[in-house]
Structure formats: C-alpha cells, structure tokens
Design a protein around this ligand. Sequence first.
Ligand SMILES: NC(=O)c1ccc[n+]([C@@H]2O[C@H](COP(=O)([O-])OP(=O)(O)OC[C@H]3O[C@@H](n4cnc5c(N)ncnc54)[C@H](OP(=O)(O)O)[C@@H]3O)[C@@H](O)[C@H]2O)c1
Length: 271
Amino acid sequence: MERDQKVAFITGCSSGMGRESARHLSQNGYRVYAGSRTPEKLSDIASSTLYPILIDITDPTSVAQALEGIDRIDLLVNNAGYGLVSTVEEVTEKEMLAQFDVNVFGVLRMCRYVIPIMRRQNSGVIINISSFLGKIGLPLFTLYNASKYALEGITDSLRYELEEFHIRVHSIMPGFFDTNFARDNLVINDAIFKEDSPYRKTVAQLLPIISEQINSGNDPRDIAQMILEIAENGDAPARQTAGDKARKFIPMRRELSDEDFERRVKVYYGI
Ligand SMILES: NC(=O)c1ccc[n+]([C@@H]2O[C@H](COP(=O)([O-])OP(=O)(O)OC[C@H]3O[C@@H](n4cnc5c(N)ncnc54)[C@H](OP(=O)(O)O)[C@@H]3O)[C@@H](O)[C@H]2O)c1
C-alpha cells in the first residue's frame, strides 16, 4: 500500500449503495475494505484496492476480527441496514430487537471499534447512511423510522464527542433509491397480510406504492459520489439529503407544522 493512500471501511457492500460506494472510492484513490456477510458476492469487483471482508455487524467478535490488523481507517461508512415492515401491534419481539441490532447497535459497534483507530491518527470521517425516514414517520415503518431517527441522534451527539480528535461525523439521508432494499431486504411481518389484520387497508394501500417508489428510485451511484465528496471536503455539512423524495419531503417537513405535514403525506399516499 502506498504510504499516503487513504483507507475506507464500508459495511453492507454486497449490493446497492455499499457496493457502488466501495467501487467508486477504490477507483478514486482509496484502499477499500468492503464489509459484507457474504464477501464472495463481491469477487467480481475485488481488486488490489478493493478488499471484500467478512463482517456481521450484529456480532462484536466478528467486528473485532474484521478490523484486526487494519491500523489505519480514514473513512468509515456505516451503510448496512434493512427495513422492517410491521405495525407496532403485530411486531414480534425478535423482529423489533433485530431491527435495532442491525440499524442502530450495528453502527455503534462499528464506531466503538473504529474510533480508537481514528483517535490515534487524530483524524477520520464517519458517514452514517440514514434515511429521509430518519426525520419523517410513516405507518408500517415505525421500527425502521425509530432506528433511523436514532441514527440521526447518534450523528448529532458523536459530532461533539469526536470534534477534539478531528474526527468528522456526517449523515446522509437518502430518499428512495433503486437497490436491493425493496427486492431482498424489506423484512415483512407475517401478521400484516392476514385477512383478519386490523391494518390490512393501510397495508394494501401503502406497501405497493412504497415498494414501487424504491424500485424506481434514484441511482445509488449518486450516494457513492456524495460519500466521496463528504470525505474529501473538511467543510461538508453535518447532514445532506439525497434523491428526489428526500429533497421533496425534508424541506416540507421543516417548513410546515406537524399537522399540516401529516395532511400532505396522507393525501400523497392516499392513506
Ligand atoms: N434504497 C432505499 O430506498 C434507501 C432509502 C433510504 C435509506 N436507505 C439505507 O441505505 C442503506 C443501504 O441500503 P441499500 O438501499 O443499498 O439496500 P441494499 O441493496 O439492500 O443493501 C443493504 C446492505 O445492508 C446489509 N444488510 C441487509 N440486511 C442486513 C442484516 N439483517 N444484517 C446485516 N446487514 C444487513 C447487506 O449487506 P451484506 O449482505 O453485504 O452484509 C445489504 O447489502 C441502508 O442502511 C438503508 O436503510 C436505503
């Protein structure tokens, strides 16, 4: 490795934003550790600057093993995540805990292990891939919303905590992007589809629209470029929106009252 080559570690790289970011950063001068539960899925893009690496962010031993022997990390991208679709009444204990284990505690585990490396360097950038649903609620997405709202809080607090060590922390809030998210990584609670579910009307109305909006969403390569720009720009803003839906809804959320915003969302989704 060249002495000055920057090092990035990205989680959730087998598809979507993680995969595109690993590829883009490695093509732009970074040595990239592309973390995945299934690193073999990255063999087609592995190179002398892109190393697929096994990691399960829900397991602290796996996180420690993945980071063993890596003594420099300039950029950590906490990207791995999935969406649980369920009502609160019908969600199971297991589903509820798993959503936070990946989307929230997984991020904190990565930070716990990577911050000491960055602190020793006296530099580093952490980018959390959140969601516009980290600022906006939707029925059926309460647990996912809660996990991404939590991630926004983590970003805000960590920025203070790490400033004196010259470690920047940022959040990207994507709208809907065309990745494997809706095809493979929406975990749908069984009960919501049952005939006797009290929520079947909301499910029948909202779920097809959301799935369609994700599958026809923006190009994940835009996220890869945004990550590169944040990493390279010491003055990058704390959080940025990406994609059409985030750019539509986030400013509206800021400008309208809670009630007016809710009314707009209800009309928009027909719920
Ligand atoms: N697509 C969207 O519309 C959208 C919108 C807003 C925010 N986001 C966020 O963007 C991030 C990237 O998602 P994406 O859109 O690129 O979707 P994706 O193609 O499904 O990729 C997500 C990656 O996260 C990892 N992952 C999924 N389930 C996991 C689990 N149970 N445990 C551990 N890791 C898991 C997987 O990586 P490995 O299999 O390699 O481990 C997967 O490749 C996520 O945090 C998501 O919440 C997506």
